[in-house]
Unconditional design. Sequence first.
Length: 195
Amino acid sequence: MKKIVAVALLGTLLCSFAYANQLTTYQKWSFSNGSNPAVLDEVDNPFGTPTLSLCSGIWLQSYSGAMGVWRILSTGGVNIAIPNTTDNSPDSWKEITLQITYRDPGSEFGVDVPIVSYPLYESLALADRQIQSNGYYKDTYSIIISPNPSEEFLDLYSIQYAIYIDEISIGTVCVPEPATMALLSLGGLLLRKKR
Ligand SMILES: [Ca+2]
């Protein structure tokens, strides 16, 4: 009986934890018009409104087989701000998946998009690159920032002279500190035992 009560209590605790502390966010911009800051096309972010603004650049209704494209010169850049979970315990970290669809006519040789983050990232890697039928690259970058910030900023730049950006989407996950992970796996263990 005690065990069942403990499991029920833990279940309630974990559920309220999950609702009170959503650990993921998602945001996407596809630039269907020239608004600056750009209009959000998709968003799941309970912590605030993410923003994407351009220092300079020209919006094009279409370019080289893509609709709604920003042309950014090497003197400009894209500035993205993502409000996020306030879990800033020192042992938690942030995993960011940044997907950018772009064309860079001056650099067709697989050079990665220059990305700067604040706070500074611990690691950044090109996880996937797909070349679409219109010649645009769809790059997926995996970025880790540690400890987990309650807000992160990402700046993107052109590789050489100009870059044409068709779409940007960003998913983030706050990976909780080990104590929370232990609690979560303890919950799973208790639930398995109960069955
Ligand atoms: Ca577009």
